[in-house]
Every structure is written in structure tokens, then in C-alpha cells.
Write a protein that binds this ligand. Structure first.
Ligand SMILES: C[S@@+](CC[C@H](N)C(=O)[O-])C[C@H]1O[C@@H](n2cnc3c(N)ncnc32)[C@H](O)[C@@H]1O
Length: 440
């Protein structure tokens, strides 16, 4: 560290300075140079850096934005100056008309899905294949194969947890039959003794079906395995009705962000709608919307995602309390997230304890911005089903930007992610100062 002496410590800071400086090691001094013509009485300012520790009295709009971008909380505040989408435009939903049950093809969806699990996750070398232990018996005379299969059925050994494996293996002249899993608590029943079977033996075989052809080859070298490239977690089909539901949710988000902006907040919002008709609507009886409240509450953690998770939790906690006192948050104004103490006091504290109220299991979250790393982790904890965002945060986002948390190895939950296509479904970022934040 060095401290500039003399006039060096007199310069104030400006984000558009008229003086630059260099270190002159020859003379052990700092050389200050004006960067443009200086007018009489004009103050000479230097640039202190992005992390200033005081409120910049010279701040202009551009400078304020720069500061916000470097806010230490993922730059989520580096956003929007204007949200000039008119109410009328937002009222248009292009998925309004037509058969609500019609399946919308992938390329016509208003969002693109991020791949959370890839086939590369599949076990691709012999050592990484997870196995289970099973009982095998060799059938010396292949004509007895049908007899043995019938016997399996009769003895109740047609275990569905083995459905990813073939029952019979034929290798050269040998035929072998997979009998059952080797479980200490379920001893193998006596085998038919009239068809010359040899002693059963145990073998390690794959514990799951093969998702790729190369893995199929490897797994089948242990035991013939079923090839199942389609699997749970694969992108589900969306009906027109569901896309309409999503567009409406996205519009709610944009409206909320605009309202937030009008009130001097950062225009960042998150919304958890009532699940699409027919899909577990008992999970959440009313929708929740929250916007960022970092500015008004002067609180670095009040990101819209955390706010919306909290408002769901508060609602659930209050709903599970006895009839009175009245709920902390009402259905009509869930977006107006007030700042309440984190630890409720008195009689309420017992009932409002976090518990599982914060869970967004089976729920979908829509947002103007990609959640930052902190919020992405909170969403992971919340067990949210899926997240759709309009503005990707290339340098700070935790859902495909700088990282993709649900994709990390070892996380105990994965959620689906969709990037909303700007301008689709009547939702766009027109007027938003997001060019530098949107992926090319
Ligand atoms: C090195 S001193 C600058 C000279 C100081 N203004 C003085 O008169 O001694 C740094 C301090 O000046 C103030 N300062 C510098 N630039 C500023 C700015 N743009 N807006 C508000 N305060 C500023 C801050 O209090 C900061 O801690």
C-alpha cells in the first residue's frame, strides 16, 4: 500500500474524471495528467475505482449505473432505465386462441430450455457404472428356459426393480437366468431340482438402464441391459393452454418490475403463479409476486427471488396458524413485500419458524432476470420445479450465466430452466437497458 502525499490526497473522485495518473517508478512519484481541456474553476477529479466507500456527490446516471453493476451482489441491480411496454401490449397473449390442449412444438415455445442433465452424465466407463448384486443360475439345457421363466413368475421373483435388465443372457453355448436381487432378508427359494441346474451364484450387474449407446455396450458387458434413452426429467411437452399460462405469468413479472421502478426500486421481479390448471393446484392457492427491495430497505439481501420465497413461506406459516391473528400477507398485495424482522418475536415465533413453509416443490417461478448465484442456491433449497427468466445475467447469473447451480454434481435437487425468448408471447425487454447483459 502507498499513500499519496502532497496534492495527491486532495483529488476527489469522479466516475468521469478529468485527471488520470500513472506511477513513475524512476522518481518514486505519481504523475497526474489532465485528460482534456480544463475550464477555469473546474474541479480536478481522479477515478478512485469501482468500490468507493461513500456516496458519490458527482454521480450522474451513467456513473450510478456503473456503481450498481459492481454492487457486490452479483450486479443484479445493473438494469433497466425504462420499462416502456404499454399495458395494452402486455394484455395481448398470442396463445389465447386455439385448442388449449394442442401440444406446442419445441421451436414454437416462447422460451428455450437449458439442458440440466446431459448424456455425458451417463456412466461412460466401466469403473463408473453403478451396480447391484443379483443371483444368477446357469441353465445347461436351453429348452428349460421357458420352464424357468414360468417358475420365476410363480415364485413372485419378477421384481420390477430389475426391469432395466434382461432376464436371460446367452453367451456362446451358455444360457444364464437372472433370478433375483441378492438381499440378505429375502433368501432365494429352492430351485427346481429336476432339470439339472447348477448352483446359483452372485454377480454385479448395472443398477440402471443405459441412456446412451456407448453406455449400453459397457453395461451389457456386465449383463444384458435395457436401452432407455428417454428418461425422467426429460423436457415435458407444453400445451397451448400451459404456454398461455406462462405468458400471463411473465407479463405479471414485467408489470411488477415496472411498478417497482415507478416506486424507485430496481425493476427486478419474481412471480410464482398458482400451478397450471390440473397440475397440483393444491400446492399454492394464490399467486405470489415480489420485486427487489434492496433500495427501499437499504438491505443487500432483499432480492426479488428471496422476497418471493419469503412471502410464500409467510403465507403458508400464517395459513397454518390458528384462525387469528390475521395473516401477515394478503392475497391481494403479495407483491408489496414489507420488511419484517427475520426472527418473529413472542407467540408468533413458534408458528412462524421456518420449517418447510419455504418449499416451492412442484411450483414454477418466472422472473425478469436470471437469479444470481445466491438466489439460485436459495431456489435450489426451495426445491422449485422450474425457473423461467427474461434477461440472462451473463456475468453473475447462477442459472446458466456464470454458473448453472442445478447442474452441479452433488446438488440434492435439480430444477428445469428456460430462457424466455425476448419478444415472444407478448413479453419483451423493449426499453430495458439490457443489451450488454443479454447473451449474444
Ligand atoms: C482522498 S480524500 C479527497 C479529498 C477530500 N475531499 C478532502 O477535502 O480532504 C477522499 C475522501 O473525499 C471524499 N470524496 C472524494 N470524492 C468524493 C465524491 N465524488 N463524492 C463524495 N465524497 C467524495 C470522501 O469522503 C473520501 O473519503
Amino acid at each position: 500500500m502507498a499513500l499519496a502525499l502532497g496534492l495527491g490526497s486532495i483529488f476527489n473522485h469522479s466516475s468521469s474524471p478529468n485527471v488520470s495518473y500513472t506511477l513513475d517508478t524512476e522518481t518514486d512519484s505519481i504523475r497526474y495528467t489532465t485528460t482534456r481541456q480544463i475550464e477555469p474553476d473546474e474541479e480536478l477529479c481522479i477515478f478512485y475505482g469501482h468500490k468507493i466507500w461513500f456516496v458519490d456527490c458527482n454521480a450522474d446516471a451513467g456513473a450510478a449505473q456503473d456503481q450498481e453493476q459492481d454492487d457486490g451482489w452479483g450486479g443484479l441491480s445493473a438494469v433497466v432505465e425504462q420499462l416502456d411496454i404499454s399495458e395494452d401490449e402486455l394484455d395481448v397473449n398470442p396463445f389465447e386462441d386455439g385448442d388449449p390442449n394442442e401440444v406446442i412444438t419445441e421451436c414454437d415455445l416462447p422460451f428455450t430450455r437449458l439442458r440440466i442433465t446431459s448424456d455425458n452424465d451417463e456412466e461412460e466407463d466401466l469403473n463408473s457404472i453403478r451396480t447391484i448384486e443379483v443371483w444368477i443360475v446357469d441353465i445347461p439345457d436351453p429348452r428349460h428356459t421357458t420352464t424357468m421363466l414360468r417358475w420365476l413368475k410363480q415364485t413372485g421373483l419378477d421384481d420390477p426393480t430389475l426391469s432395466h435388465l434382461k432376464r436371460i443372457r446367452k453367451q456362446d453355448e451358455n444360457t444364464s437366468l437372472l433370478l433375483a436381487r441378492n438381499r440378505p432378508t429375502f433368501p432365494l427359494p429352492d430351485l427346481p431340482d429336476d432339470i439339472g441346474l447348477s448352483q446359483p451364484y452372485t454377480l454385479s450387474v448395472p443398477s440402471t438402464a443405459a441412456l446412451t449407446l456407448s453406455s449400453l455396450k459397457l453395461k451389457s458387458s456386465l449383463w444384458p441391459t435395457v436401452y432407455a434413452p428417454r428418461r425422467k426429467g426429460e423436457a415435458e411437452e407444453w400445451s397451448r393452454g400451459k404456454v398461455k399460462w406462462a405468458c400471463d405469468a411473465m407479463k405479471t413479472v414485467v408489470r411488477s418490475a415496472r411498478r417497482a421502478q415507478e416506486n424507485g426500486e430496481l425493476p427486478i421481479a419474481a412471480h410464482v403463479p398458482v400451478p397450471f390448471e390440473g397440475e397440483k393446484s393444491d400446492m399454492l392457492p394464490i399467486p405470489f409476486t415480489a420485486h427487489d427491495t434492496r433500495k427501499s430497505l437499504v438491505h443487500p439481501l432483499r432480492h426479488s427471488f428471496l422476497n418471493v420465497i419469503r412471502s410464500v413461506a409467510d403465507f403458508r406459516a400464517s395459513a397454518s396458524r390458528a384462525a387469528s391473528p390475521p395473516p401477515l400477507i394478503t392475497a391481494v398485495s403479495p407483491s408489496l413485500v414489507e420488511d419484517r424482522p427475520d426472527t418473529p418475536s413472542g407467540a408468533d415465533s413458534e408458528t412462524l419458524r421456518n420449517g418447510s413453509h419455504y418449499l416451492l416443490t412442484s411450483l414454477t417461478l418466472f422472473s425478469t432476470h436470471e437469479p444470481c448465484l445466491m438466489c439460485s442456491m436459495a431456489l435450489l433449497h426451495s426445491r422449485v420445479k422450474e425457473v423461467y427468466y427474461l434477461i440472462p445475467m451473463e456475468n453473475t447469473g447462477g442459472c446458466g450465466g456464470i454458473a448453472c447451480l442445478p447442474k452441479l454434481e452433488g446438488v440434492n435437487h435439480r430444477f428445469a430452466i428456460g430462457k424466455w425468448k425476448n419478444g415472444e408471447g407478448g413479453v419483451d425487454t423493449r426499453g430495458l437497458d439490457v443489451d450488454r447483459m443479454i447473451d449474444a
